[in-house]
Design a protein around this ligand. Structure first.
Ligand SMILES: [Zn+2]
Length: 478
């Protein structure tokens, strides 16, 4: 529960406590009016409203109580004081909301309140729901992706040379929030790519890829989300984007944004904290704590820090920034995010020479993986493949090299709803760009009606009208 939520509930509870005494207060007030007469009342009016306030103890409701939570419904179910068995049930409910019924049951059954009838009732409820779950078909898991989100459209779309690129490839904050809301309402649930399939060692000691068991209530639809180029490239400065990732006071990853006047603000200025906020409000949008895949290149910034070897002697805070990236990577992993390679130099890995391919892959390992830790996911820059549609084999020397470096999940870009392929030793998935280009050309007004996105959203509702139109056409998305 967020602090804001907690405050809201706290005040609602207070409201109810106060409400209970209101009839009695009215009676006393009326009696005072009749008995004391008007002179008394005028004096009282004066002393009550104009005299300095005197606290009558910690239970005195704040003066703004009745205005602090407009629209609050006192009959709405709210959190009771979180103590004893209720506190543990609250935490268990939170786990169950994220479909982790086993963890919820375990938490209660291993707590000191295991024998409490309330705990038994909660456990029975989780067991009942768990028995109704349906195993997801992993061939029907869609994967959507974004770039850095535009926070200030007036700066991104200010007519400079980068405007068209942003208009094509980026998504605005408002669009992103509308997409989340739409997908949530349609029953989508965020899962990890590692939930779809994973490597296991079989009885002969061989590594094999096996389908995962994603267990969801009937009607819920698992999906994967990723974000590319979480680098905050130098060229983006001043164009209305966040400037870097930081660890917030609550220990969760958040953003900093450098403003024109030289000040820096901290807050939800990109996908990571915005998605985190959304899941705090809607825990049933995330399967067992899943978050998105966050992908980086290395050459011009990782999470907004210039850590590459090329910045030696250039960035005076190089070592400090490298340490910050290490800590941020751990923070992301601890909070459910998956980290991925987007190549070191944003190269077309299918088109460059094999020597260039090896150099780039080694640089990723030396310059980025050394900071953020092992990564087994690669999201191809430009969506450019290293093979055709057949499952990869070791005959493909680029696949063999990436596999040797530990990569097991390979993602291209594909506009189809589902593109999932399980190989013997890897998994591939197509990703759908939910950017200005895709959304604009899905609008009825832009020509032939396309329906690439209709399973996810009503594009007319989502599309940000502060974009310059027409969005320039392009052939690929990075
Ligand atoms: Zn990219």
């Amino acid at each position: 529960m967020s602090k804001r939520d907690y405050r809201k509930r706290f005040f609602r509870r207070k409201f109810r406590e106060v409400s209970r005494f209101l009839p009695m207060t009215a009676v006393i007030f009326l009696s005072a009016f009749i008995i004391g007469g008007s002179i008394y009342l005028i004096n009282d009016f004066y002393s009550y409203y104009l005299a300095p306030a005197v606290s009558s103890g910690p239970e005195t409701p704040p003066e703004h109580l009745f205005f602090s939570d407009e629209g609050a419904d006192p009959t709405e179910e709210t959190a009771e004081p979180l103590t004893g068995v209720d506190a543990v049930i609250y935490d268990a409910d939170r786990l169950a909301a994220g479909y982790d019924y086993d963890a919820a049951i375990q938490l209660l059954s291993q707590s000191e309140y295991a024998a409490d009838p309330k705990a038994a009732e909660a456990i029975a409820g989780y067991e009942a729901t768990k028995s109704t779950l349906v195993r997801a078909d992993i061939s029907e898991v869609t994967h959507v992706f974004f770039h850095t989100l535009i926070m200030d459209t007036s700066k991104a779309f200010d007519g400079d040379s980068r405007q068209d690129g942003y208009n094509q490839m980026m998504t605005t904050k408002d669009e992103f929030l509308r997409i989340l809301q739409s997908m949530y309402e349609r029953g989508y649930v965020l899962v990890r790519i590692h939930d779809m399939a994973h490597e296991e060692i079989d009885e002969n000691g061989n590594a094999v890829f096996v389908e995962g068991d994603i267990m969801l209530p009937e009607g819920k639809k698992p999906f994967v989300m990723s974000q590319d180029d979480v680098c905050y490239y130098e060229y983006m400065e001043g164009d209305g984007f966040a400037s870097r990732l930081v660890i917030g006071e609550d220990g969760k990853p958040t953003c900093e944004m450098d403003l024109e006047d030289g000040t820096t603000v901290t807050g939800s200025y990109d996908l990571i904290p915005l998605l985190e906020d959304f899941i705090q409000e809607h825990p049933d949008f995330s399967y067992k704590g899943a978050r998105a895949i966050i992908a980086f290149t290395g050459y011009n910034g990782v999470m907004g820090y210039r850590t590459d070897a090329a910045y030696e002697g250039v960035n005076p805070n190089l070592e400090q920034d490298r340490e910050t990236v290490r800590q941020l990577a751990q923070c992301l992993r601890d909070n459910g995010w998956e980290l991925a390679s987007h190549s070191w130099g944003h190269r077309n890995l299918g088109a460059i020479t094999y020597e260039e391919f090896v150099t780039d892959t080694d640089k990723w390992e030396d310059q980025v993986e050394s900071l953020i830790g092992p990564t087994d996911i690669i999201l191809y820059p430009f969506g450019a493949e290293i093979g055709d549609w057949h499952p990869y084999t070791m005959d493909n020397e680029r696949f063999a090299y990436l596999h040797e470096k530990g990569f097991r999940y390979f993602c291209n870009v594909d506009s189809r709803q589902y593109w999932v392929q399980l190989g013997e030793d890897h998994m591939r998935q197509g990703r759908r760009n939910l950017d200005g280009y895709r959304m604009y050309y899905d609008l009825p007004e832009s020509g032939p009606v396309k329906t690439y996105l209709e399973d996810l959203m009503d594009v007319e509702e989502v599309f940000d009208r502060s974009r310059p139109v027409p969005v320039p056409p392009m052939s690929q998305s990075s």
